[in-house]
Design a protein around this ligand. Structure first.
Ligand code: SF4
Length: 324
């Protein structure tokens, strides 16, 4: 049993509605000054997003800064682009090998051959269907995420193997990037949905936005493997509940996603949450929301796990996936 807890969704929506949060989403991504610049940045993001799944093992120093996960992947790709501006060209990317990808990522992380395959597939389809340009996706869709004729951005992007998640985590993350970069039209923003990744899954479960039966609770708490079909159902309910929190709080979904994501990276960790705050040097939560990591979690008054050690042990699904 997986059910949305409507009361908790409402409580969270109301709580957030009355907090005056100052968001700085995707702080490392700049607004483009021209269409050419937007195309270059979005092409880079399109490829990084394509391989951004199960990134826990990626970390290291880039330009003397210690980074992990998404930040690490993005910084490595940005660095490569500075040295070799042509590297994101479709004719180059469709030949990338696992070994070359490993070099770009400086040997950190894993599954280079799978990720290189996804990059090659993305470049081949980009050339075949979109004249080699990500901007063409926006043009063909005429700015619609969903269209009945199958030409909405969601359906177009699902042609890429890397973006084939039925719940579109990488697609919605990419669309959130486009809102920051600009020169990309979205005419049906009501169809933006939650990019559900493992941080959002874990934080939502602990807060109690969805309820699960005891057997599932035990499995997730112990980190036991679960089927992909189960995980899709769970993420679907979680994504719907967070979208509803966004509607109630009137916090745009890309901001709310970044709040949950940064909380999951900073305080609400897989190994256990720091509900009363912690001192840390690189606080993603502060970078994105202005809330220092040393403060008590802003959800503590409503979070079901705050006073429940059993619930604090809940974790995201243990699966193997390329979806998120
Ligand atoms: S109160 Fe604790 S368990 Fe709940 S969301 Fe915050 S850090 Fe996570």
């Amino acid at each position: 049993m997986i059910e949305v807890n409507k009361d908790k969704v409402k409580e969270m929506g109301e709580l957030l509605k009355h907090l005056d949060l100052k968001f700085n989403v995707f702080p490392k991504i700049k607004k483009a000054g021209s269409r050419e610049e937007a195309e270059r940045t979005l092409t880079l993001l399109f490829y990084v997003d394509a391989i951004c799944h199960q990134t826990r093992k990626f970390e290291g120093y880039v330009d003397d800064k210690h980074l992990k996960g998404w930040d690490y992947l993005f910084a490595c790709f940005e660095r490569k682009l500075k040295e070799d501006a042509d590297f994101i060209n479709v004719d180059r990317m469709r030949k990338i090998t696992g070994t070359q990808l490993g070099e770009i990522l400086m040997g950190s992380g894993e599954r280079y051959y799978e990720r290189a395959y996804l990059l090659r597939n993305a470049a081949i389809i980009l050339k075949r269907d979109f004249s080699g340009s990500v901007m063409k996706i926006n043009e063909i869709s005429e700015g619609f995420i969903k269209r009945e004729d199958g030409k909405g951005m969601h359906d177009l992007m699902r042609r890429f193997k890397a973006y084939s998640d039925p719940l579109g985590k990488k697609i919605f993350l990419f669309l959130n990037f486009t809102k920051k970069v600009g020169f990309w039209e979205i005419r049906d923003p009501e169809n933006l949905w939650t990019p559900v990744d493992y941080h959002l899954e874990r934080v939502s479960l602990r807060i109690g936005l969805v309820d699960i039966d005891k057997k599932t609770f035990d499995k997730l708490s112990k980190g036991k493997k679960v089927p992909l079909t189960f995980d899709i159902k769970l993420r679907e309910k979680i994504g719907g509940s967070v979208k509803e929190v966004s509607n109630i709080s009137r916090i745009p979904i890309e901001n709310l996603d970044q709040l949950f994501w940064s909380l999951g990276r900073s305080l609400c960790l897989r190994e256990g949450p720091f509900c009363d705050g912690r001192d840390m040097e690189n606080c993603t939560l502060k970078d994105i929301t202005g809330i220092p990591c040393k403060n008590k979690c802003i959800f503590s008054s409503k979070c079901s796990a705050y006073k429940d050690p059993g619930r604090k042990a809940l974790k995201e699904s243990n699966i193997y996936t390329i979806y998120y």
